[in-house]
Design a protein around this ligand. Sequence first.
Ligand code: ADP
Ligand code: MG
Length: 693
Amino acid sequence: MAYPELKYIKGIGPARAKLLEEELGISSCADLLRHFPSHYIDRSRTYPLNSLSGEMPAVQVRGRFLTFTTQGEGAKMRLVGLFTDGTATIEVVWFRRIKALKELYHTGKEYILFGKPQEFNRRWSLVHPEIDPPDAPGASEGLRGVYPLTEKLRNRGVSSRNIFTWIQNALNTIGTIAETLPQEIISAYGFISATEAMREIHNPADNASLQRARARLKFEELFYLQVNIQRYSNRRTEAARGVRFPRIGHFFNSFYSQVLPFPLTGAQKRVLREIREDVGSGRQMNRLVQGDVGSGKTIVALMSMLIAIDNGCQACMMAPTEILATQHYESLRALAAPLGINVRLLTGSTRKKEREEIHAQLLDGTLHITIGTHALIEDNVRFRNLGLVVIDEQHRFGVMQRARLWTKNAIAPHVLVMTATPIPRTLAMTVYGDLDVSVIDELPPGRKPITTLLRFDDQRMQVYRAIGRELAIGHQVYIVYPLIQENEKLDLKSLEEGYSLIRETFPSYRTAFVHGKMKPAEKDHQMRLFAEHEAHILVATTVIEVGVNVPNASVMVIENAERFGLSQLHQLRGRVGRGAAQSYCILMSKRKIASDTRKRLELMTTTSDGFLIAEADLKMRGPGDLEGTLQSGIPFDLHIANLATDGQIVQIARDAACRLLDSDPTLSHPAHAMILPELQRLYSRRFDLSRIS
Ligand code: ADP
Ligand code: MG
């Protein structure tokens, strides 16, 4: 059954429908129903005014207004009502719609107020509370939802109470909501129906009913996310057939015995074993290797490519930037060339003649390993027999982009994705839901842990003296500023000031300068100056985050560290500590920072465990920020599930999604008829965005 249009819901109308769309992205009844309360007030519990404290969430109080007075003038004008229940008197304050409110509420009459108590000038107050007359329907029963609103909606007089009423009106108009989960799943997990869940989430009778509704809705949200990811996974389709690499041969063995400059770590060996099992199985491998910066992913990638070559196939490796591709090319060629392996570099700036040569060698099969950027998978690049694609540090590669790689060969090549962003398991299951995951959780021996220090702006001179000492013994230094962003002008100014200050402070050293707004050629030039030790200091924004390897750099100073997410700080820190010298990461911050910000920064000084840091980041800041780092193209605007705390439900939802697709890969069984339309509704807008041209 189709829902009525939003504007036809009682109480909404065309103007408010437009406002809801602009402010909350609510453009249909289905969207409105999924605008869930952010929290609930227990209506059966009224707090005496003399018991208010700052620790309380929003509470319900009951009493009468004694007086109303307007205070201040112009934009600062406010309406203050003295409100009492006999145990104490508080102030109720409004900054907007004063005239209308004065007419709406009267002294002497009883009201129920909802709001979060605040203490101001030793007096308790409620600012812009929600107000009900005591005879309002449902007063003193159940839990009352508090709906997220925007400033503009409030200014236009839309309250949480209005949203509640509109949703109730919509539910009454719709009656029974079409079921969005297959009956087999509802029965298997004992869920309540879609109709019950919607009614109870918006107007729960009690806590138990709220929990039932939440369990079902969280599951549903995560389930659809998983179905969406898993159906692009080729595990269960014809494409799952992979090139079989049955043997380990000459190249792998001679590399292992003659070239490999160090013994592999236990973790590297384990991951290689996992890869060998995959590629030997006859199924196509789609595997993610997670390993902290410096854990030695490159060697694992190379050895995997050698297995491909041993089995008569070609391999390629993709990096997100030219400079990274070049670095990989240089180090891999040095390792592979002694074995007579043909390794070449293909990027956007490869000259035409050379490019043609590479294209020809790819087609006739004489080119074994190609390293490059995106240029590698352009349509005109064709391989004779591509067996393995390695994607390094390439978070921009979503499920669908990977799927495109499969068409590069008659039988889909194996895909190995390497990432240094340690992400918590629940998030990995979501972002990389179609991949099997291997973890390199051990650093090569002999690494000196990086010393991380938190320093404040007033300690800058001391920090510069330390930098001076490192420069004097021939080391290099990174100085990183936050990405130029919200306040572009201000950020650019602080970056440029930082750059001049560094040049003035260290006039005898050369300083390179990079930021994201530069032309790519200039950026590349500046990065090269630093990579080739022509420059001693690099002042940069986070453009350096991914991959660059300058083992001689021993100091990383991060300015405005309080503005970075923990995972991002961790990534940045990984740029140092790559050589033999003791390395330092100095987090610079204002002295005046919120206590939880300080806690975050202090966590960085005490641990170098990327997974622990990622978990903490997810808990403290939510997955939205990780998305910035991952840019995975997976929608994260979950309405009710929380990837930080609902790990178990993620797992259950994933299993359920896999089972469903195993039994009905095309989702065409009549019992599953609701799934495709629901996917369409949920993700259609995003499909177009994430599709690569
Ligand atoms: P990442 O995982 O960050 O890509 P790399 O593969 O670049 O790390 O490796 C970092 C450094 O560690 C390289 O110089 C590499 O040669 C070295 N390395 C890798 N594996 C080992 C090992 N088992 N023992 C000693 N050094 C190693
Ligand atoms: Mg690497």
